[in-house]
Ligand binder design. Structure first.
Ligand SMILES: [Zn+2]
Length: 536
């Protein structure tokens, strides 16, 4: 009992010492705050770290004498109705940093938008963007906030949503939840997402890009990649969400810091649907683009590409192509066509192709350049079908429409006067597979009915033709397709000499011949076209 009490006392004593120490430290801080010095954390590009900087209220361009309202932002604490009173802002490092960095990114984007020649006033918000710091709960589209889900260590952008009859854009910053350990207990280390320029920049970029990429774009690979790109580019530093740029930040969805200047490997189409698979790929590739063309030109041309991007566009091939076009057009305007071509080609060979993507400029390096340029009719190689297609029995291939955006070959089986539409869908998980440089010998595809309701007969057909149509459908099902999948693997063999880029013919047949040997074999003459730069 005695010894326990002793321990207790001893422990209390220890606590007292620690408490005194904390009181002392806080005391130092408090006495500093008495002076109400207005400081912000700003990124020092040369020292690659945060520095404290004194500012005045005038620097923030306040639009109210009583509350924290800026030209395009009103800043609230938690879920309060009124913006934060200015007395609370005074001397508050976090709140001042937030307003200061919002103004900074806003002004950077104003310059980018102007230099990009875009007329939209997209940095103006009416009503003002509602910023919430220490937002305790997650956003809920129906109830505004969801009291069951607390917001922790994160920041999020809420695209224009209706609340009380007005359409508001909002940025929410969660309260800081992890206590700093003793060793890092220093004034300049105590920051949360609301005072992290990279997190602020990332979220602000969503507000701007959402106008083009669609308000549902947040969380999609392209929008997330672009937000990370601009966060890094405007800091001029390729490492994000670390203790250096943003202590303890784990923003929504992404939970780790990362560098944009690391090896990123080859593009994988799966990142388009799930950006968490590889969130570093897009911003890192854009970072390499920036390294090649220069920061100012990169920021401007990426923005021009965003302005021309539609909600459904993927990073590859649409965005890559739009960006390539923007670069060519902008450099042509600034320095002439020669330089524009040269830089656009360097972009292909040094940045895009090594990472498995390419624009239309590299069309002549892809298999699409050798595909026939018109539709081709060939007699049906499956002679058994002559039994019921006595007058006419041919396949009509629509090669013209096969391209990178939609690598699907459509064709009709024309049997007497009945047409059955079919398709061959080429495998597109890795676009490198379309490049000759990847030692391409054949392409894989899947033969399917063009329609999911192939069994449904067109009632406009004569009774006789309706019977024939169904006979054709059943013939394909019985003789070509696998029962389970209702499709069949097809290969397009690229036959030529020893030179992989020289293709004479395209030979189409089933990948696994089985019992339908020779039944599906067609040969097409390859076409040579594509001159560097002709696609622009
Ligand atoms: Zn985001």
């Amino acid at each position: 009992m005695k010894s326990l009490e002793f321990h207790k006392n001893h422990w209390q004593q220890k606590c007292y010492i620690l408490l005194s120490l904390f009181t002392f430290l806080f005391g130092v801080n408090l006495s500093a705050e008495v002076k109400k010095e207005n400081q912000v954390l700003d990124w020092d590009g040369n020292r690659k770290q945060f520095v404290h900087k004194n500012i005045t209220f005038e620097d923030l361009g306040l639009k109210s004498k009583t509350n924290y309202i800026l030209e395009n932002f009103s800043i609230y604490s938690k879920l309060e109705q009124e913006p934060i009173p200015l007395e609370q802002v005074e001397g508050n490092l976090k709140l001042l940093t937030l307003g200061f960095q919002l103004r900074k990114i806003e002004s950077r984007f104003k310059t980018i938008v102007t230099n990009a020649g875009i007329k939209d006033k997209n940095t103006e918000f009416n009503p003002k963007v509602r910023i919430r710091v220490d937002a305790p709960f997650a956003y809920s589209p129906t109830d505004y906030y969801d009291s069951k889900v607390s917001l922790k260590n994160t920041a999020l952008t809420i695209p224009p949503a209706e609340s009380n009859g007005t359409w508001n854009s909002e940025l929410w910053f969660a309260p800081k939840w992890d206590l700093p350990v003793f060793g890092t207990f220093a004034f300049e280390r105590i920051i949360d997402t609301a005072s992290c320029p990279d997190a602020i920049y990332h979220e602000y970029t969503h507000l701007i890009t959402g106008k083009y990429l669609g308000n549902n774009a947040i969380g999609r690979s392209l929008a997330e990649g672009i937000s990370d790109y601009y966060a890094a580019s405007l800091l001029d530093h390729p490492e994000l969400y670390t203790h250096k740029t943003c202590e303890a930040v784990k923003r929504q969805l992404i939970v780790s810091a990362f560098r944009l200047d690391k090896e990123i490997g080859i593009y994988d189409a799966n990142i388009e649907s799930d950006f968490k698979k590889d969130f570093a790929f897009i911003p890192s590739l854009l970072w390499q683009y920036r390294a090649l063309v220069g920061s100012e030109l990169a920021d401007v041309t990426i923005f021009q590409a965003i302005a021309k991007t539609n909600a459904g566009d993927r990073f590859f091939p649409e965005f890559i192509n739009t960006l390539s076009d923007s670069l060519f057009t902008e450099v042509k305007k600034r320095n002439g066509e020669e330089q524009a071509k040269s830089l656009a080609m360097q972009l292909e060979s040094k940045v895009w192709i090594p990472h498995g993507v390419y624009s239309k400029l590299s069309k002549n390096q892809s298999v699409f350049s050798v595909f026939p340029k018109s539709s081709v009719r060939l007699s049906n190689s499956d002679e058994k079908s002559n039994e019921f297609c006595g007058q006419k029995n041919e396949l009509e291939f629509y090669w013209k429409e096969v391209n990178l955006e939609e690598p699907t070959l459509r064709f009709y089986w024309n049997c007497n006067s009945v047409k059955l539409p079919l398709i061959i869908q080429m495998d597109q998980t890795n676009p490198m597979n379309y490049l000759f440089s990847s030692n391409l010998h054949f392409l894989n595809g899947k033969l399917k009915f063009a329609s999911q309701n192939a069994d449904k007969v067109n009632p406009k057909l004569s009774t006789e033709n309706q019977v024939l149509y169904l006979q054709m459908v059943n013939y394909v099902k019985d003789n070509y397709f696998y029962r389970k999948t209702m499709e069949k693997e097809v290969r397009l063999y690229l036959d030529g000499g020893n030179d992989a880029s020289h293709i004479d013919t395209i030979r189409m047949e089933f990948a696994y011949l089985g019992n339908s040997k020779k039944r599906f074999r067609y040969t097409f003459p390859a076409v040579k076209d594509g001159v560097y730069g002709s696609g622009i």
